[in-house]
Design a binder for this molecule. Structure first.
Ligand SMILES: Nc1nc2c(ncn2[C@@H]2O[C@H](COP(=O)(O)OP(=O)(O)O)[C@@H](O)[C@H]2O)c(=O)[nH]1
Ligand SMILES: [Mg+2]
Ligand SMILES: [Zn+2]
Length: 319
């Protein structure tokens, strides 16, 4: 009996929810409500280590027989393969890790309600590119506008070779494609509040809302809107994280000289500038500027580049 207990004392799992010091860890068979071990908590205060959604952790089961998995303590956190960070809002002095161990990001933007915001989209794209994350642009609410209106919105991104998926949680357009892109992978839905992230998820996996609520029940809090990032297992395999609306996306840890490579369509021109450390703003004989003048590169994307460059120079990362 004692030996048996030892065998299931410590298990590995994945954090599927992290909210003010309380965590839900999925160990493959159970979802275990967990707290943090004291030592990790101290490190967390010093911001050495934050436990976030997607982290793989070792937990010690502390529930009592016959339900040891009714509670647990996070003992250690495994090294992350990937993560997505942004600068904390309100000054941007701190790194906020939104998620760990993600494989791809779906940036969900609406055609309308809220209005398509290319400046915000560009910041999301730069943040993901800087952290070497694959991205797909998911243009939702295609039922609210006609293609004459929304195709030009995504044209610069199509030209830059981004994968773009047109969708509507309302009519079901694009959902089969979206679903197949999610199977077997760990993905994050990122985008402004109201773009339709939660609606798309509910359509992709009917019953998800119920699952969400029953998980909430284990901590006694029933919630209907997304107020924290939460990871959902998909029946077809894979995990998808729904994030709360991100109104601003402060870039974290990105240097002036790294920015140009985060615009994939710029890359083929980069070695043609006169100065190898060209920032493509004021320098003479700049291949990027020349390409913009010849309309080989999109002017709006270039303006976005300049704006982000300026914000890095001014150290204003938190917006
Ligand atoms: N017309 C239309 N409305 C949508 C679509 N997707 C979501 N909505 C609506 O937009 C609102 C915000 O959706 P929600 O999924 O909560 O957005 P989230 O904040 O990104 O999770 C809700 O009222 C949805 O019913 C869509 O494709 N078309
Ligand atoms: Mg939502
Ligand atoms: Zn240049």
């Amino acid at each position: 009996m004692k030996n048996n207990k030892l065998e299931y004392d410590s298990v590995e799992g994945r954090v599927i929810r992290a909210e003010s010091g309380r965590f839900l860890v999925d160990d493959g068979t159970h979802v275990v409500p967990c707290s943090l071990r004291g030592k990790i908590k101290k490190e967390r205060k010093r911001r050495v280590r934050n436990v976030v959604v997607g982290d793989r952790v070792v937990i010690h089961l502390t529930g009592s027989d016959p339900n040891p998995e009714s509670e647990g303590v996070i003992e250690s956190v495994c090294t992350r393969d990937t993560m997505l960070s942004r600068a904390s809002s309100g000054g941007g002095k701190r790194e906020q890790v939104l998620m760990a161990n993600l494989e791809q990001v779906f940036i969900v933007m609406a055609t309308r309600e809220p209005d398509f915001n290319p400046g915000l989209l560009d910041r999301f794209l730069v943040g993901c590119a800087h952290q070497d994350l694959e991205t797909v642009i998911c243009l939702n609410k295609c039922d609210l506008a006609d293609s004459m209106e929304y195709l030009p919105m995504t044209a610069p991104y199509r030209e830059a070779d981004y994968t773009i998926l047109q969708a509507s949680a309302e009519t079901g357009e694009g959902l089969a494609e979206l679903k197949s892109a999610l199977i077997g992978r760990i993905s994050l839905f990122l985008g402004p509040s109201g773009a339709g992230k939660s609606s798309l998820l509910r359509k992709i996996q009917p019953g998800l809302e119920i699952a969400t609520m029953s998980v909430s029940d284990t901590t006694g809090k029933g919630r209907h809107t997304t107020s924290y990032t939460e990871l959902h297992g998909l029946d077809a395999g894979g995990y998808i994280a729904d994030s709360p609306g991100v109104r601003e996306f402060g870039l974290w840890g990105i240097e002036e000289r790294d920015l140009d490579t985060c615009f994939p369509e710029f890359r083929e021109y980069l070695r043609q500038c006169r100065y190898p450390d060209c920032t493509h703003s004021h320098e003479p004989d700049c291949a990027i500027k020349a390409a913009v003048e010849e309309s080989a590169l999109n002017g709006k994307r270039y303006t976005s580049y300049l704006r982000i460059l300026e914000s890095i120079r001014e150290g204003k990362l938190g917006f």
